[in-house]
Write a protein of this length. Sequence first.
Length: 478
Amino acid sequence: MTQRRALLVATPALLAAPALRAQSLTIRQDDQVAAGWRRGVLVRWGDRVAFDALPWDPTQPSVDAAAAQFGWDARIIALMAAPSPDAVPRALLAVAHPAVDARMAFPGGRDLPDVAGAMQGVSLLNIEKRADWTVVDGGFQNRRLTAGTLSRVGSDGTLAAGLVGVTGGCATPWGSLLLTEGDAAAWRARLPGLDAATTGMVVELDPANPLWVPSKRAALGRFAPADAAAALSADGRAVVWLTDGRAGGHLYRFVSDEAAGMQALDAGRLAAARIDGGSLRWLPLPEGDPLAGARAVGATGLDRPAGLAFDAARGRLCVALRGGAGSVLELRAAAGDAAAETGVAETLIDGIAVAMPADPRAAAPVPAWPWAPATLGFDRDGAVLLGTDRGAVPGPLPEALYRVPVEGAERGRAALVLAAPAGAALGGAMAAPDGTLLAAIAHPGAGAGASWAQPATRWPQLDPRLPPRSAVVTLARV
């Protein structure tokens, strides 16, 4: 597919564009909340997750402490409504911790691999809304999944050690939680003993059952998928979409052989997308390596496909492409059937890259517009919640969360919700049952040249005695 976008550089004409003039940003040590929104903090790195968590002491990191505390990095992967017998809104929040940067996480910057393995993984948190959304201290489902968590391959397979490098995932319509081990190779190099044959896969678990042993679904391939989204086909089978995150990478779809359920992902058919103009076709893959199979059948190479989100109410799958300035694709299946072999594809929004000023000291506000979309979600009105993360690519625009309508006259016009502090990325956003948005601010302070002693910011507390902390924040309309 030939993308309808190019790496754009801000020009005086662009800066004057009516659609962009209303909002502008600069990189700051604090976050920036758009007018009409109120921001709170739900949970931060080091906060208690398990009931027996030790108090957070960033100067004395240990495996025991890290394995029960909220992890160092943050990527929201699911927000599931929970039963509420007393009319108090409740939910179960799943947050991935993909990375641990030793220079920022540990005093002196010396890596502690075993501690890092406990800082990464996933946090599952019971949350409820009283005056605001809060974590339920001692919640029944509160728990951490780490490099020490046992799993199994398949529903009844042999036990395997470790959940590592989880970069994405989703809740499924059949009640499970999917996790994608997208950074498994980096963690295998860091934590000797991890088995390449049992990492880099899609992992499935029952989020409501703390005793459930996570299952690694080999039928979906061992290619370290970056993110996942799930749906039901018209005849009730499980459908899972996956991205691989690579330059020239692909969008995949798995359709189960059996009706959706906790064992459905053990067997099914894997396909890759061919996008030609506005048409979409799913090409069945041969047995073996999905990456090689996608190339062999002529699947479309995409520019770093990353975040996925599916709007079941409207039958809309959105795919974030991080390469260059980035873009978001919107896919709709024929007859609204997620397992249909054809569909349509459109570009919802193109990113805009902004050049660094010739004199870095002459920082000036730049238009607020997505650059390198990385994470996607939906609010209650069906608008896309787009989070950006351009990685190490420098620029004067902070990473940010945008709300992008998908229908009507405002379709594809991004509105700023929250800009991240210096060195941070937007690690996903989703809507709580009452419409409040939850968003992740990932690895603040980790800019170029930053370290434990000299971070780019000490957000969120801005306390010179404390390191910066990844956090999940709440965003409510005012």
